[in-house]
Design a protein around this ligand. Structure first.
Ligand code: G6Q
Length: 550
């Protein structure tokens, strides 16, 4: 197999990097004032300015050649067509079918999956309409006021992020809560103020075997039953989102109250399936469909736009350029929108679980760096915290600024201030401040030469730090759908170039296995010797301390 690093375009990019690495972003803008027009894209209601990157026409052309030589177009088609693109689990990855709003069939093993998908959407709609309009009653006849989603990882981060992001459109009566952590404090602090008679629990688990989720679900059921409810009342207060009917029934939830999805939906890509039920309850079925439509519009763009003007492809190629040629292994997501405050955490799972891999699809070791570290927090808060390192630290951290042009809560000039801060950050990161500019600034503030000399090193900024700015008219369901789908496809393109499988997660599985063995030992209460000395020590110390306090 040809390694990515052996592809002619990869080699050419290496030489291009050597030849261009001294040219700064300031130089590039000084040489060409048409950069903003040249390096921008529109897709599915999103606008991307990528002019503040270390690229020229030659760079983008070489990056597109790299995508071509990696067979990207074939790989995109394979994913959309339901081929087994997740070979280690022997599955397709068809999250795009879940939001397929066209009439086109999608075949898996020769049969069309669309009727099944549309049937579940219809059932979700009927259920969510009844909960929202108060027709669905708890066992004492009260309408539902609180919905608690119990799930973890892909069965938590997506719906949680989307409910927060679309909170401006949330139902007036229904309050959405999310419990993921097996730490009892998460469940306890959530249910503390809830009334069991008007609370609905959604148990969200693809496998319905996840330890944390089952522990939380069992404790929630116990809390409910201890509130003077009977076993027969569970049906009015517990529903399940899963692929595993047998386990759901075993838990005590009638399969009538189960919304199904399928093993060809990856956990971190499952927001568009029944796992999106909390989102539908929060914003209503009509808006949920708009959310799917936004994603579908991005899917169409991704599948049909030429690679050179394809938004997810462009964003992915920039990440490859920085990660593999500039040695910039960290990627900052800075949404300038409070509603997107969980978006970086969601993207962390999407990108790091998908592309945190060290072997190629065929299992051979990879010879280049793969997925970067993704992190972030909403601006403007980040500016008063970690942005110091982004401006003046020793790491170069490519940044995505995300900003709606219109506020959903227009108060005074708040939105203008927010936008001004966002644009100012990307400008400052790129332009920096050189010693001449600093000297002029300090002189006009009355500083003398000694003070200027003493502070120059501290107060100058090298700049030259790259960023993208993604804008949308306003953060509504459609725009959020398009934004998420854009990042999903970006991650896929990166994986295609590194030739890794973005759809498995064996690292997550290992943790699940080990925890279950240790939990049995902790419950057994006998001192252990079967682990390494540190793990034995930690377990035995815990057992001893527990006995002391028993
Ligand atoms: C996602 C991962 C992982 C998964 C959780 C929950 O892609 O596989 O985050 O979503 O481990 O799994 P269940 O939904 O099966 O409980």
């Amino acid at each position: 197999m040809t390694q990515p690093v052996d592809l002619p375009a990869w080699q050419a990019l290496g030489q291009h990097f050597q030849a261009s690495s001294k040219t700064t972003l300031r130089d590039l803008f000084a040489a060409d004032n048409g950069r903003f027009d040249q390096f921008q894209l529109n897709a599915a209601g999103l606008f991307l300015d990528y002019s503040k990157n270390h690229i020229t026409k030659e760079t983008t052309s070489l990056l597109v050649q790299l995508a071509d030589q990696s067979q990207l177009q074939n790989k995109i088609e394979a994913m959309f067509s339901g081929d087994v693109v997740n070979p280690t689990e022997g599955r397709p990855a068809l999250h795009t079918a879940l939001r397929n709003r066209s009439d086109k069939p999608v075949l898996v093993d020769g049969s069309d999956v669309m009727p099944g998908i549309n049937n579940v959407i219809d059932r979700m709609r009927a259920f969510s309409d009844r909960v929202r309009n108060g027709e669905w009653k708890g066992h004492t006849g009260q309408a539902i006021t609180d919905v608690v989603n119990i799930g973890i990882g892909g069965s938590d981060l997506g719906p949680l992020m989307a409910c927060e992001a679309l909170d401006a459109f949330a139902h007036d009566r229904l309050k959405l809560h999310f419990v993921s952590n097996v730490d009892g404090s998460h469940l306890a602090s959530t249910i503390k103020h809830l009334n069991p008679q008007s609370t609905l629990f959604i148990i969200a688990s693809k496998t319905f075997t996840t330890q944390e989720t089952l522990a939380n679900a069992n404790s929630a059921k116990q809390w409910f039953l201890e509130s003077d409810a009977e076993q027969g009342d569970v049906a009015k207060h517990f529903v399940a989102l899963s692929t595993n009917t047998e386990r759901v029934t075993e838990f005590g939830i009638d399969s009538v109250n189960m919304f199904e999805f399928w093993d060809w939906v990856g956990g971190r890509y499952s927001l568009w399936s029944a796992i999106g039920l909390p989102v539908m309850l929060c914003i209503g079925a009509e808006r949920f469909v708009q959310f799917l439509e936004g994603a579908h519009a991005m899917d169409e763009h991704f599948r049909t736009a030429p690679l050179a003007s394809n938004m997810p492809v462009t964003m992915a190629l920039l990440t490859i350029w920085y990660n593999n040629f500039h040695s910039a292994h960290s990627h900052l997501i800075a949404p300038y929108d409070q509603y997107l405050h969980r978006f970086p955490a969601y993207l962390q799972q999407l990108t790091m679980e998908s592309n945190g891999k060290s072997v190629h699809v065929d299992g051979s070791p990879i010879s280049c760096d793969t997925g970067p570290i993704v992190w972030g927090e909403p601006g403007t808060n980040g500016q008063h915290a970690y942005f110091q390192l982004v401006h003046q630290g020793t790491h170069i951290i490519p940044t995505d600024f995300i900003l709606p042009m219109e506020s959903l809560n227009p108060i005074g000039n708040h939105h203008e201030l927010l936008m001004a801060n966002c644009f100012a950050q990307s400008e400052a990161l790129m332009m920096g401040k050189n010693s001449e500019e600093l000297t002029l600034e300090m002189q006009s503030a009355g500083a003398g030469p000694d003070e200027i000399d003493r502070l120059t090193g501290h107060r100058t900024f090298a700049g030259n730090r790259p960023s993208n700015t993604i804008m949308m008219q306003r953060l509504d369901a459609r725009a959020l759908g398009a934004l998420i789908a854009c990042y999903e496809h970006k991650v896929f393109v990166e994986s295609a170039i590194w030739d890794i499988n973005p759809f498995d997660q064996w690292g997550v599985e290992l943790g699940k296995q080990l925890a279950s063995a240790i939990q049995t030992e902790l419950a057994g209460g006998k001192s252990v010797t079967g682990h390494d000395a540190s793990t034995n020590g930690l377990i035995n110390r815990t057992l001893k301390m527990r006995n002391l306090h028993a």
